[in-house]
Write a protein that binds this ligand. Structure first.
Ligand SMILES: Cc1cc2nc3c(=O)[nH]c(=O)nc-3n(C[C@H](O)[C@H](O)[C@H](O)COP(=O)(O)OP(=O)(O)OC[C@H]3O[C@@H](n4cnc5c(N)ncnc54)[C@H](O)[C@@H]3O)c2cc1C
Length: 418
């Protein structure tokens, strides 16, 4: 197999596959390395904000997304204890794509990866990046297949899109951080036969955590939640022998009337998945020479459901920078260390401008929702002024895309969409 490329991308989540499509579509030879076999389920609330739909179309998967995704999400709800407050979600001002929708990650991630493969990206899957050496201009990344075959890949540019749940080989020397009570562990399960209204996106607040529900593709409801480790440890003491996911499900039904009602007639269709601990925060500014996109660059508390927006849009910002997208005010990146460093600084500054405010907002919302007193204050505020939910959704980035229409047009694929 070929082993010299213009760019190597580690991780084929929404960030990695999008960057691969954009670079390959503009004539680059790209290696995309993904350790898992697709389709694969993933812990995620699976809501895609409307601001991303033009990007999915430009990436060539728009029609397939439209065919598969759940109903347009026009309302948001806040559920705590016995209370449910519902408000309208803001529409974007895009003529065709005004509302977000939900699609299972087994489908979305596969669509994007297969699109990348179809336009000529060399996909190494299931292969994992084992070691990284060299630096900007001359990277060497050794990848290993599930049959233990190893191969070195070479490229002047290395893009880290491996998410935030595991370490890259280059980080593995760092000591393991201790387990903390405040660690957030994430859970997801899918249910059929729920009575959740399609088009409503409830956010759940409970002591020591938060969550969300949505009807995604094929009428399947996704229930995702984040729970502090100390809360989970306490819950476990009363439910010895049960899986953590089942314990979370029982707690949600007990403590949140909205979940109890929605799941009353439901059966679980795909088992509970768990991941974490989450690491919300900004990681885009580094001096190790890698370009970071998606969760590898930074992560917002998933209570605002903007992780995939940040993955898709950061992939786009970086690709525009690397490709010298004139309409985005970027310059062509050369392969030497100095010009890559300048590109990294410009990209990081742009990233910070676009995404740091929503990371801060998500953090404030998450911490308020997890504390009894904070959630009660939120409830009083939202009862008085439900429109605050709509404003929060706007501030959280639901209607604003970091990518200009000109940049979308200039990097749009030449090949037919699927
Ligand atoms: C509970 C919860 C709910 C959420 N809900 C939403 C939501 O409703 N809407 C939303 O927009 N976002 C949501 N998110 C956030 C969203 O899931 C992430 O932000 C998104 O998956 C990030 O995409 P990514 O491409 O950066 O990384 P990932 O999707 O994590 O993809 C990284 C890929 O890299 C691969 N990989 C890792 N290491 C290696 C290696 N060494 N070699 C090769 N491959 C490797 C992994 O297998 C993986 O496929 C939620 C997150 C959680 C935890």
């Amino acid at each position: 197999m070929e082993n010299k490329f213009d760019a190597i991308i580690i991780g084929a989540g929404p960030a990695g596959s999008s960057a691969a499509i954009l670079l390959a579509n503009n004539g680059w030879s790209v290696a995309l390395v993904e350790k898992q076999t697709f389709p694969r389920r993933k812990v995620c609330g699976e809501c895609i904000a409307a601001s991303n739909l033009p990007l999915l179309h430009a990436l060539g998967v728009g029609p397939a997304f439209e065919r598969s995704a759940g109903a347009a999400l026009r309302h948001v709800a806040f559920m705590k204890g016995a209370e449910t407050i519902i408000a309208r979600l803001p529409a974007t001002n895009h003529a065709e794509h005004q509302w977000g929708r939900a699609l299972g990650r087994e489908t979305l991630d596969t669509l994007l990866l297969e699109r990348a493969r179809a336009i000529g990206v060399t996909v190494f899957q299931p292969w994992s990046a084992q070691s990284i050496a060299g630096g900007p201009g001359a990277w060497r990344c050794v990848v290993k297949s599930n049959t233990q075959t190893s191969q070195p890949l070479f490229a002047p540019i290395l893009i880290d899109a491996h998410g935030s749940w595991e370490k890259l080989p280059s980080d593995r020397v760092e000591p393991r951080r201790p387990r903390l009570g405040a660690d957030l562990l994430a859970f997801k399960a899918n249910f059929v036969g729920t009575c959740l209204d399609e088009g409503v996106l409830p956010v759940l607040a409970f002591a020591g955590g938060y969550g969300g529900m949505v009807v995604a593709d094929r009428g399947v409801t996704t229930l995702a939640a984040c729970v502090r480790r100390d809360r989970l440890d306490m819950l476990r003491q009363n439910d010895l022998g049960k899986s953590a996911g089942k314990i979370v499900e029982a707690m949600l039904k007990r403590e949140c009337a909205g979940v109890r009602k929605v799941l009353a007639t439901a059966t679980i269709s795909d088992s509970w998945l768990a991941a974490g601990p989450l690491s919300p925060g900004v990681r885009v500014h580094t001096d190790d020479g890698l370009f970071r996109i998606g969760n590898a660059a930074g992560e917002a508390h998933p209570i605002i459901g903007e992780g995939m927006s940040m993955a898709l849009q950061s992939a786009w910002l970086l690709s525009a920078e690397l490709l010298g997208n004139k309409s985005a005010g970027c310059r062509q990146t050369n392969n030497d260390m100095v010009s890559q460093q300048a590109a990294r600084h410009r990209y990081a500054a742009n990233w910070h401008r676009q995404f740091a405010p929503r990371i801060r907002l998500a953090s404030a919302f998450a911490h308020a929702s997890m504390s009894q007193r904070g959630a009660n204050v939120l409830l009083i505020l939202l009862k008085t002024w439900p429109g605050l939910l709509l404003l929060g959704a706007k501030w959280g980035g639901k209607t604003r895309c970091a990518i200009s229409e000109a940049s979308i047009a200039s990097l749009a694929p030449r090949a037919e969409s699927v």
